[in-house]
Write a protein that binds this ligand. Structure first.
Ligand code: GLA
Length: 349
């Protein structure tokens, strides 16, 4: 990658930043309700090389080098995910000189495993190295989220950026999205998670995501709460039908995350798996963010012997995650899953 940088920009890279993809094991569409999530980093990652340069320029595999300007308006393409984090760093008082940026990644894009958050976090880390500065992971995550909200125009919560910035390989991260803090939870070796792409890219995701978020905020305000995090199941039943099912998902999902952490700490694969499957059913029926392809994939994962399975991330396409019991013959499991889902493919875990 360093020689590619030299060839592309005619100088040596001065700084590097890396950040992984994530799978969310349970706790989706809870982050913007100040709730709980349980992501875990994947092995695939994004690497960013950077050096001071006469002007801002970025290059990524599959894209020619483009000029960009973090101090100007967004361009509406992938360079916004480089420019936005640099703009946020500058706003926080970190020196941001013109830089050349090279991006390499083996994270599948549009799959729901946080490729954009990994790019934002890796850019911030590289720019901090260049500036001779360091920041806590949670601060890097908040900066990356602000970049996505303000510069890229996506009204996401903190899940993806915290998972990418503060996650550690082999550990799950219990995120409390009210306080913005995370607690690492060890994953016993008997827990084998597999992430599978259903073969359909995420579609119409931004508009539908924002619509779900508005419903959740409306439900909280009807209950006189600052966030649905504080609602209990009985509250939900008093809500108008238009937002009741959405709120029910959020309230029950928060409870499932905390129960799942207890199952992980008790090394109880069956209990964790049951909670995952309940989460999927809730995301499909109450939150309506699943698709026929994701439902078919989850059903096949379960029929082939998974202890639990669910869509992961925002939904509307992309990936599902399964938990395999320790004695699973994985090749036979995958043969059955892929026979029922010929478009599906395994994501590097
Ligand atoms: C996307 C968003 C996250 C989160 C998930 C759903 O990945 O970026 O903030 O809301 O959807 O859990």
């Amino acid at each position: 990658m360093r020689s590619t940088f030299r060839e592309a920009f005619g100088c040596e890279a001065e700084a590097e930043g890396r950040a992984p993809a994530r799978v969310n094991l349970i706790g989706d569409h809870t982050d913007y309700a100040e709730g709980f999530c349980l992501p875990m980093p994947l092995r695939c990652e994004t690497r960013v090389l950077m050096a001071r340069a006469p002007a801002f320029a970025a290059r990524s595999e599959g894209h020619p080098a483009s000029a960009f300007d973090p101090f100007g308006p967004p361009r509406g393409d992938w360079t916004d995910y480089v420019a936005g984090p640099l703009a946020e760093l500058a706003a926080a008082g970190v020196e941001v000189p013109p830089v050349a940026v090279l991006v390499a990644s083996d994270i599948p894009q549009g799959a729901g495993v946080s490729s954009s958050a990994a790019l934002e976090v890796a850019v911030i880390r590289a720019a901090l190295v260049l500036a001779g500065r360091s920041l806590p992971d949670a601060e890097i995550a908040r900066m990356a989220q602000r970049a996505e909200n303000r510069y890229c125009g996506v009204n996401c919560g903190i899940l993806d950026q915290m998972a990418s910035a503060a996650g550690r390989t082999g550990e799950a991260l219990l995120l409390d999205c009210r306080t913005g803090t995370g607690r690492l939870v060890g994953v016993p070796s008997t827990f084998r998670f597999r992430v599978v792409h259903c073969g359909e890219e995420r579609r119409l995701a931004d508009g539908a995501y924002n619509e779900r978020r508005r419903a959740v905020e409306e439900a909280a305000s009807l209950l006189g709460l600052s966030a649905l995090r504080d609602a209990v199941p009985e509250d939900v039943e008093h809500l108008p039908a238009a937002v009741r099912a959405r709120a029910r998902h959020v309230v029950t999902e928060n409870m499932r995350v905390l129960a799942a952490v207890a199952a992980l700490e008790g090394a109880d694969v069956s209990a964790f798996g049951r909670l995952m499957t309940e989460s999927h059913r809730s995301l499909a029926a109450d939150y309506e963010v699943s698709t026929p392809a994701l439902d078919r994939l989850v059903d096949a994962m379960l029929a082939a012997g998974a202890a639990g399975a669910r869509l992961t991330g925002a939904g509307f396409g992309g990936c599902a995650v399964a938990l395999l019991p320790p004695d699973t013959d994985e090749a036979a499991w995958w043969e059955r899953v892929s026979a029922a889902n010929p478009q599906a493919w395994l994501v590097r875990g």
